[in-house]
Design a binder for this molecule. Structure first.
Ligand SMILES: O=C(O)/C=C/C(=O)CC(=O)CC(=O)O
Ligand SMILES: [Ca+2]
Ligand SMILES: [Mg+2]
Length: 413
Protein backbone atom coordinates (compact mmCIF):
# COMPACT_ATOMS: atom_id res chain seq x y z
CA UNK A 1 0.00 0.00 0.00
CA UNK A 2 1.42 3.45 -0.89
CA UNK A 3 1.99 5.59 2.14
CA UNK A 4 -0.75 8.16 2.64
CA UNK A 5 0.93 11.56 2.93
CA UNK A 6 -0.83 13.85 5.38
CA UNK A 7 -2.60 16.81 3.76
CA UNK A 8 0.04 19.55 3.64
CA UNK A 9 -1.09 23.06 4.45
CA UNK A 10 -0.64 25.35 1.42
CA UNK A 11 0.84 27.90 3.81
CA UNK A 12 3.71 25.67 4.96
CA UNK A 13 6.20 25.50 2.12
CA UNK A 14 8.94 22.92 1.85
CA UNK A 15 12.27 24.02 3.27
CA UNK A 16 14.15 26.04 0.64
CA UNK A 17 11.16 26.53 -1.70
CA UNK A 18 12.35 29.39 -3.96
CA UNK A 19 8.80 30.80 -4.16
CA UNK A 20 8.41 31.61 -0.48
CA UNK A 21 7.48 34.82 1.35
CA UNK A 22 10.60 36.68 0.15
CA UNK A 23 9.85 36.10 -3.55
CA UNK A 24 6.12 36.72 -4.27
CA UNK A 25 6.16 37.25 -8.06
CA UNK A 26 3.17 38.57 -9.99
CA UNK A 27 1.50 36.94 -12.97
CA UNK A 28 -1.83 36.70 -14.79
CA UNK A 29 -3.84 33.47 -14.79
CA UNK A 30 -7.19 31.98 -15.68
CA UNK A 31 -8.93 28.80 -14.57
CA UNK A 32 -10.75 26.15 -16.61
CA UNK A 33 -14.16 27.12 -15.24
CA UNK A 34 -13.70 30.74 -16.41
CA UNK A 35 -11.12 30.66 -19.22
CA UNK A 36 -11.85 34.24 -20.34
CA UNK A 37 -11.47 35.76 -16.89
CA UNK A 38 -7.83 36.76 -16.57
CA UNK A 39 -6.83 37.59 -13.04
CA UNK A 40 -3.68 38.82 -11.31
CA UNK A 41 -2.05 36.21 -9.11
CA UNK A 42 0.97 35.87 -6.88
CA UNK A 43 2.91 32.62 -6.85
CA UNK A 44 3.41 31.03 -3.44
CA UNK A 45 5.13 27.65 -3.50
CA UNK A 46 3.21 25.59 -6.04
CA UNK A 47 0.05 27.67 -5.67
CA UNK A 48 -1.32 30.91 -7.06
CA UNK A 49 -3.02 33.44 -4.81
CA UNK A 50 -5.93 35.12 -6.61
CA UNK A 51 -5.27 38.82 -6.00
CA UNK A 52 -8.53 39.88 -7.60
CA UNK A 53 -10.35 38.28 -4.66
CA UNK A 54 -7.97 39.40 -1.92
CA UNK A 55 -9.43 42.88 -1.24
CA UNK A 56 -12.89 41.32 -0.71
CA UNK A 57 -11.57 38.52 1.49
CA UNK A 58 -9.25 40.67 3.60
CA UNK A 59 -10.45 44.29 3.49
CA UNK A 60 -8.46 45.08 6.63
CA UNK A 61 -5.17 44.07 4.96
CA UNK A 62 -5.53 45.41 1.41
CA UNK A 63 -5.98 49.19 1.13
CA UNK A 64 -9.30 49.98 -0.56
CA UNK A 65 -7.82 52.04 -3.44
CA UNK A 66 -5.71 49.05 -4.47
CA UNK A 67 -8.75 46.91 -5.22
CA UNK A 68 -9.11 48.32 -8.73
CA UNK A 69 -5.45 47.70 -9.63
CA UNK A 70 -5.65 44.12 -8.41
CA UNK A 71 -8.87 43.48 -10.29
CA UNK A 72 -7.31 44.24 -13.68
CA UNK A 73 -6.67 41.62 -16.38
CA UNK A 74 -3.02 42.67 -16.82
CA UNK A 75 -0.31 43.97 -14.49
CA UNK A 76 -0.16 47.33 -16.30
CA UNK A 77 -2.33 49.36 -13.88
CA UNK A 78 -0.31 48.05 -10.93
CA UNK A 79 2.94 48.74 -12.82
CA UNK A 80 1.81 52.33 -13.47
CA UNK A 81 0.85 52.93 -9.83
CA UNK A 82 4.46 53.49 -8.73
CA UNK A 83 6.84 52.25 -6.11
CA UNK A 84 5.02 53.26 -2.91
CA UNK A 85 1.96 51.26 -4.08
CA UNK A 86 4.16 48.31 -5.16
CA UNK A 87 5.60 48.23 -1.64
CA UNK A 88 2.20 48.47 0.07
CA UNK A 89 0.69 45.70 -2.05
CA UNK A 90 3.70 43.44 -1.54
CA UNK A 91 3.52 43.94 2.23
CA UNK A 92 -0.21 43.19 2.21
CA UNK A 93 0.26 40.00 0.18
CA UNK A 94 3.01 38.82 2.51
CA UNK A 95 0.80 39.46 5.54
CA UNK A 96 -2.10 37.59 3.91
CA UNK A 97 0.09 34.56 3.24
CA UNK A 98 2.07 34.42 6.45
CA UNK A 99 -0.20 35.61 9.28
CA UNK A 100 -2.02 32.53 10.63
CA UNK A 101 -4.95 34.75 11.59
CA UNK A 102 -5.81 35.09 7.86
CA UNK A 103 -5.58 31.43 6.85
CA UNK A 104 -9.28 30.69 6.79
CA UNK A 105 -9.98 33.72 4.60
CA UNK A 106 -7.03 33.18 2.25
CA UNK A 107 -7.10 29.39 1.74
CA UNK A 108 -10.02 29.45 -0.76
CA UNK A 109 -8.10 31.99 -2.86
CA UNK A 110 -5.18 29.61 -3.50
CA UNK A 111 -5.23 27.64 -6.77
CA UNK A 112 -2.85 24.77 -7.55
CA UNK A 113 -0.30 26.10 -10.07
CA UNK A 114 -0.69 23.05 -12.31
CA UNK A 115 -4.43 23.72 -12.60
CA UNK A 116 -4.26 27.26 -13.99
CA UNK A 117 -3.35 28.75 -17.37
CA UNK A 118 -0.68 31.45 -17.26
CA UNK A 119 -0.84 34.39 -19.68
CA UNK A 120 1.50 37.14 -20.84
CA UNK A 121 1.39 39.13 -17.60
CA UNK A 122 1.69 42.66 -18.98
CA UNK A 123 1.09 44.51 -22.22
CA UNK A 124 4.54 45.03 -23.63
CA UNK A 125 5.09 48.66 -24.66
CA UNK A 126 8.57 48.92 -26.20
CA UNK A 127 11.14 46.15 -26.22
CA UNK A 128 14.88 46.83 -26.11
CA UNK A 129 17.64 44.25 -26.09
CA UNK A 130 21.15 45.04 -24.85
CA UNK A 131 24.52 43.35 -25.42
CA UNK A 132 26.08 43.76 -21.99
CA UNK A 133 28.03 40.59 -21.30
CA UNK A 134 31.69 41.15 -22.10
CA UNK A 135 32.17 37.38 -22.41
CA UNK A 136 29.28 37.02 -24.87
CA UNK A 137 30.25 40.08 -26.91
CA UNK A 138 33.87 38.93 -27.12
CA UNK A 139 32.93 35.39 -28.15
CA UNK A 140 30.36 36.50 -30.74
CA UNK A 141 32.71 39.15 -32.10
CA UNK A 142 35.38 36.52 -32.75
CA UNK A 143 32.87 34.22 -34.49
CA UNK A 144 31.04 36.85 -36.60
CA UNK A 145 33.96 39.22 -37.25
CA UNK A 146 37.16 37.16 -37.10
CA UNK A 147 39.15 39.87 -38.89
CA UNK A 148 38.22 42.71 -36.48
CA UNK A 149 38.77 43.41 -32.79
CA UNK A 150 36.37 41.23 -30.78
CA UNK A 151 34.85 44.22 -28.97
CA UNK A 152 33.94 47.30 -31.05
CA UNK A 153 35.56 50.58 -29.88
CA UNK A 154 32.32 51.86 -28.29
CA UNK A 155 31.62 48.72 -26.23
CA UNK A 156 33.23 49.85 -22.94
CA UNK A 157 31.82 53.37 -23.24
CA UNK A 158 28.12 52.57 -23.60
CA UNK A 159 25.75 49.62 -23.22
CA UNK A 160 25.05 48.73 -26.86
CA UNK A 161 21.42 47.89 -27.61
CA UNK A 162 18.73 47.86 -30.27
CA UNK A 163 14.96 48.23 -30.35
CA UNK A 164 13.21 44.89 -30.87
CA UNK A 165 9.65 43.87 -31.69
CA UNK A 166 7.29 44.25 -28.70
CA UNK A 167 4.37 42.57 -30.48
CA UNK A 168 6.11 39.20 -30.70
CA UNK A 169 7.03 38.93 -27.03
CA UNK A 170 5.28 35.71 -25.95
CA UNK A 171 4.72 34.01 -22.63
CA UNK A 172 6.52 30.83 -21.56
CA UNK A 173 5.05 27.70 -23.10
CA UNK A 174 4.24 29.38 -26.43
CA UNK A 175 5.69 27.23 -29.24
CA UNK A 176 8.26 28.87 -31.51
CA UNK A 177 7.81 28.19 -35.23
CA UNK A 178 11.09 27.96 -37.12
CA UNK A 179 11.26 31.23 -39.11
CA UNK A 180 11.88 31.66 -42.82
CA UNK A 181 14.29 34.21 -44.16
CA UNK A 182 17.26 35.03 -46.36
CA UNK A 183 20.70 33.71 -45.72
CA UNK A 184 23.94 33.74 -47.63
CA UNK A 185 26.98 31.84 -46.47
CA UNK A 186 30.35 32.34 -48.21
CA UNK A 187 29.62 29.07 -50.04
CA UNK A 188 26.42 30.49 -51.59
CA UNK A 189 26.74 32.44 -54.87
CA UNK A 190 23.44 34.24 -54.15
CA UNK A 191 21.10 34.62 -51.16
CA UNK A 192 18.97 31.58 -50.38
CA UNK A 193 15.39 31.77 -49.01
CA UNK A 194 14.07 29.10 -46.66
CA UNK A 195 13.64 27.99 -43.07
CA UNK A 196 16.46 29.00 -40.75
CA UNK A 197 19.03 26.22 -40.40
CA UNK A 198 20.72 27.89 -37.41
CA UNK A 199 18.00 28.53 -34.88
CA UNK A 200 19.47 29.45 -31.50
CA UNK A 201 18.53 30.58 -28.00
CA UNK A 202 19.78 33.49 -25.92
CA UNK A 203 19.52 33.27 -22.12
CA UNK A 204 18.74 36.74 -20.82
CA UNK A 205 17.26 38.61 -17.87
CA UNK A 206 14.45 41.10 -18.54
CA UNK A 207 13.50 44.27 -16.67
CA UNK A 208 9.92 45.53 -16.70
CA UNK A 209 9.29 49.28 -16.46
CA UNK A 210 6.45 50.40 -14.21
CA UNK A 211 6.56 54.14 -13.66
CA UNK A 212 6.73 56.08 -16.93
CA UNK A 213 9.04 59.06 -17.46
CA UNK A 214 8.47 62.33 -19.26
CA UNK A 215 9.79 63.07 -22.73
CA UNK A 216 13.03 65.13 -22.60
CA UNK A 217 13.72 64.09 -18.98
CA UNK A 218 16.47 61.48 -18.71
CA UNK A 219 16.31 58.96 -15.85
CA UNK A 220 19.60 58.84 -13.95
CA UNK A 221 21.16 55.83 -12.25
CA UNK A 222 19.31 56.69 -9.01
CA UNK A 223 15.95 56.48 -10.81
CA UNK A 224 16.26 52.75 -11.44
CA UNK A 225 14.29 51.63 -8.37
CA UNK A 226 11.52 54.16 -8.95
CA UNK A 227 10.95 53.16 -12.57
CA UNK A 228 11.67 49.44 -12.75
CA UNK A 229 9.00 47.18 -11.26
CA UNK A 230 10.57 43.78 -11.61
CA UNK A 231 12.56 41.06 -13.25
CA UNK A 232 11.76 38.14 -15.56
CA UNK A 233 13.62 35.54 -17.60
CA UNK A 234 13.90 36.04 -21.35
CA UNK A 235 14.80 33.74 -24.23
CA UNK A 236 15.71 35.91 -27.22
CA UNK A 237 15.36 33.26 -29.95
CA UNK A 238 17.80 34.04 -32.75
CA UNK A 239 18.14 32.75 -36.31
CA UNK A 240 21.91 33.02 -36.74
CA UNK A 241 21.94 32.52 -40.51
CA UNK A 242 19.33 35.24 -41.10
CA UNK A 243 21.10 37.50 -38.58
CA UNK A 244 24.59 37.09 -40.08
CA UNK A 245 23.41 38.10 -43.58
CA UNK A 246 21.09 41.00 -42.63
CA UNK A 247 22.70 42.79 -39.69
CA UNK A 248 25.26 45.12 -41.33
CA UNK A 249 24.96 48.05 -40.82
CA UNK A 250 21.73 48.50 -38.81
CA UNK A 251 21.85 45.53 -36.44
CA UNK A 252 19.45 42.66 -35.64
CA UNK A 253 16.13 42.64 -37.52
CA UNK A 254 14.23 39.57 -38.79
CA UNK A 255 16.75 37.17 -37.26
CA UNK A 256 15.37 38.16 -33.84
CA UNK A 257 11.87 39.60 -34.30
CA UNK A 258 9.90 36.38 -34.87
CA UNK A 259 9.65 35.52 -31.14
CA UNK A 260 10.98 36.55 -27.74
CA UNK A 261 9.81 34.42 -24.81
CA UNK A 262 9.35 35.72 -21.26
CA UNK A 263 8.54 33.98 -18.00
CA UNK A 264 4.98 34.21 -16.70
CA UNK A 265 6.15 35.59 -13.35
CA UNK A 266 7.53 39.10 -12.78
CA UNK A 267 9.52 39.20 -9.56
CA UNK A 268 9.62 42.59 -7.80
CA UNK A 269 13.01 44.26 -7.75
CA UNK A 270 12.90 44.47 -3.95
CA UNK A 271 13.11 40.66 -3.78
CA UNK A 272 16.72 40.90 -5.00
CA UNK A 273 18.06 43.21 -2.27
CA UNK A 274 20.14 40.43 -0.69
CA UNK A 275 21.50 39.44 -4.11
CA UNK A 276 22.83 42.87 -5.07
CA UNK A 277 26.51 42.66 -5.92
CA UNK A 278 29.17 44.89 -7.42
CA UNK A 279 29.62 44.47 -11.19
CA UNK A 280 33.05 43.49 -12.54
CA UNK A 281 35.72 46.17 -12.27
CA UNK A 282 35.50 48.67 -15.14
CA UNK A 283 38.79 49.05 -16.95
CA UNK A 284 37.55 52.11 -18.86
CA UNK A 285 36.03 54.97 -16.83
CA UNK A 286 32.42 55.52 -18.00
CA UNK A 287 31.06 59.01 -18.69
CA UNK A 288 29.47 60.63 -15.60
CA UNK A 289 25.87 59.63 -16.46
CA UNK A 290 26.96 55.96 -16.44
CA UNK A 291 29.45 56.17 -13.57
CA UNK A 292 28.04 53.96 -10.80
CA UNK A 293 31.13 53.86 -8.58
CA UNK A 294 29.25 55.68 -5.80
CA UNK A 295 25.84 54.10 -6.46
CA UNK A 296 24.30 51.05 -4.80
CA UNK A 297 25.77 47.78 -6.16
CA UNK A 298 24.26 47.42 -9.63
CA UNK A 299 24.80 43.71 -10.26
CA UNK A 300 22.45 40.90 -9.25
CA UNK A 301 23.77 37.49 -8.24
CA UNK A 302 21.29 35.50 -10.32
CA UNK A 303 22.29 32.00 -11.32
CA UNK A 304 20.68 30.85 -14.55
CA UNK A 305 20.34 27.29 -15.80
CA UNK A 306 19.72 26.42 -19.45
CA UNK A 307 18.21 23.00 -20.19
CA UNK A 308 17.69 21.49 -23.64
CA UNK A 309 15.26 18.55 -23.72
CA UNK A 310 15.68 18.18 -19.97
CA UNK A 311 19.48 18.16 -19.97
CA UNK A 312 21.33 21.10 -18.40
CA UNK A 313 23.69 22.53 -21.03
CA UNK A 314 24.86 25.73 -19.32
CA UNK A 315 24.83 27.78 -16.12
CA UNK A 316 25.28 31.47 -17.02
CA UNK A 317 26.08 33.80 -14.08
CA UNK A 318 24.20 37.11 -14.27
CA UNK A 319 26.63 38.65 -11.73
CA UNK A 320 29.30 38.65 -14.47
CA UNK A 321 27.46 41.24 -16.62
CA UNK A 322 29.63 44.29 -17.34
CA UNK A 323 26.82 46.84 -17.76
CA UNK A 324 24.07 46.86 -15.12
CA UNK A 325 20.31 47.27 -15.57
CA UNK A 326 20.52 50.73 -13.94
CA UNK A 327 23.17 51.81 -16.44
CA UNK A 328 21.09 50.41 -19.31
CA UNK A 329 18.08 52.44 -18.14
CA UNK A 330 20.18 55.60 -17.79
CA UNK A 331 21.63 55.12 -21.26
CA UNK A 332 18.26 54.33 -22.85
CA UNK A 333 16.82 57.67 -21.67
CA UNK A 334 19.87 59.98 -21.77
CA UNK A 335 18.78 61.36 -25.15
CA UNK A 336 15.43 62.42 -23.68
CA UNK A 337 13.49 59.34 -24.84
CA UNK A 338 10.66 58.62 -22.42
CA UNK A 339 9.71 55.38 -20.68
CA UNK A 340 6.25 53.85 -20.91
CA UNK A 341 4.59 51.50 -18.47
CA UNK A 342 5.18 48.00 -19.82
CA UNK A 343 8.51 48.72 -21.50
CA UNK A 344 10.67 45.62 -21.42
CA UNK A 345 14.42 45.72 -21.71
CA UNK A 346 16.61 42.65 -21.74
CA UNK A 347 20.17 42.35 -20.49
CA UNK A 348 21.66 40.76 -23.56
CA UNK A 349 22.86 37.18 -23.64
CA UNK A 350 24.30 36.19 -20.27
CA UNK A 351 27.61 34.39 -20.59
CA UNK A 352 30.32 33.83 -18.02
CA UNK A 353 34.04 33.18 -18.47
CA UNK A 354 33.80 29.37 -18.35
CA UNK A 355 32.87 27.03 -21.23
CA UNK A 356 29.85 25.73 -19.30
CA UNK A 357 28.57 29.29 -18.62
CA UNK A 358 27.69 30.38 -22.17
CA UNK A 359 24.18 31.67 -22.92
CA UNK A 360 23.64 30.53 -26.51
CA UNK A 361 24.43 27.62 -28.82
CA UNK A 362 26.47 29.91 -31.10
CA UNK A 363 28.99 30.20 -28.29
CA UNK A 364 28.52 26.73 -26.81
CA UNK A 365 29.37 25.18 -30.21
CA UNK A 366 31.90 27.90 -31.23
CA UNK A 367 29.82 28.83 -34.25
CA UNK A 368 29.78 25.30 -35.65
CA UNK A 369 26.39 24.07 -34.42
CA UNK A 370 24.43 21.90 -34.18
CA UNK A 371 21.65 24.40 -33.54
CA UNK A 372 18.06 23.69 -32.47
CA UNK A 373 16.20 20.79 -34.10
CA UNK A 374 12.43 20.74 -34.63
CA UNK A 375 10.85 19.41 -31.46
CA UNK A 376 13.64 20.64 -29.18
CA UNK A 377 12.46 22.24 -25.96
CA UNK A 378 14.57 24.83 -24.15
CA UNK A 379 13.90 25.88 -20.57
CA UNK A 380 15.61 28.64 -18.59
CA UNK A 381 15.37 28.74 -14.81
CA UNK A 382 17.16 30.93 -12.26
CA UNK A 383 17.48 31.74 -8.61
CA UNK A 384 19.23 34.32 -6.46
CA UNK A 385 20.23 34.27 -2.80
CA UNK A 386 17.54 35.82 -0.59
CA UNK A 387 17.49 36.95 3.05
CA UNK A 388 18.22 34.46 5.86
CA UNK A 389 19.59 31.76 3.56
CA UNK A 390 16.43 31.67 1.43
CA UNK A 391 16.30 31.42 -2.36
CA UNK A 392 14.50 33.80 -4.71
CA UNK A 393 13.24 31.85 -7.72
CA UNK A 394 12.49 33.32 -11.11
CA UNK A 395 9.64 31.67 -13.02
CA UNK A 396 10.89 29.45 -15.84
CA UNK A 397 10.74 30.38 -19.49
CA UNK A 398 10.29 27.45 -21.81
CA UNK A 399 9.50 26.96 -25.49
CA UNK A 400 9.43 24.15 -28.02
CA UNK A 401 10.56 24.53 -31.61
CA UNK A 402 7.91 23.67 -34.20
CA UNK A 403 8.75 22.93 -37.85
CA UNK A 404 8.68 25.84 -40.29
CA UNK A 405 5.35 26.58 -41.95
CA UNK A 406 5.05 25.77 -45.65
CA UNK A 407 6.02 28.79 -47.74
CA UNK A 408 5.88 28.42 -51.55
CA UNK A 409 9.29 28.65 -53.23
CA UNK A 410 8.21 31.81 -55.06
CA UNK A 411 7.19 33.47 -51.77
CA UNK A 412 4.05 33.84 -49.66
CA UNK A 413 0.82 34.33 -51.62
O1 LIG B 1 27.69 40.75 -32.27
C1 LIG B 1 26.68 40.75 -32.97
O2 LIG B 1 26.74 41.02 -34.17
C2 LIG B 1 25.34 40.43 -32.41
C3 LIG B 1 25.13 39.60 -31.41
C4 LIG B 1 23.74 39.34 -30.96
O3 LIG B 1 23.18 38.27 -31.16
C5 LIG B 1 23.01 40.53 -30.47
C6 LIG B 1 22.08 40.35 -29.33
O4 LIG B 1 20.94 39.89 -29.41
C7 LIG B 1 22.56 40.93 -28.06
C8 LIG B 1 22.72 39.98 -26.91
O5 LIG B 1 21.83 39.17 -26.68
O6 LIG B 1 23.73 40.10 -26.18
CA1 LIG C 1 19.70 39.11 -27.44
MG1 LIG D 1 14.16 37.85 -29.95
Amino acid sequence: MPEQSPEQSPFDLAEGDPFGPHTLPYGVFSTADAPDRRRIGVRYGSRVLDLSALPGALPSVVAAPHGELLGAATLNPLLAAGRPVWQQVRAAVRTALTDPAHRTAVAPLLHPLDGVTLHLPFEVADYVDFYSSEHHATNVGKIFRPDSAALPPNWKHLPIGYHGRAGTVVVTGTPVVRPHGQRKTPADAAPVFGPSARLDIEAEVGFVVGTPSALHEPVGLAGFRDHVFGVCLVNDWSARDIQAWEYVPLGPFLGKSFATSVSAWITPLDAFDAARTAPPARDVAPLPYLDDAAAEPGGIDLRIEVARNGEVISRPPFAAMYWTAAQQLAHMTVNGASLRTGDLYASGTVSGPEPDQLGCLLELTQGKGPYLQDGDEVTLTAWAPGPDGSRIGLGEVTGRVLPAREVPADGPA
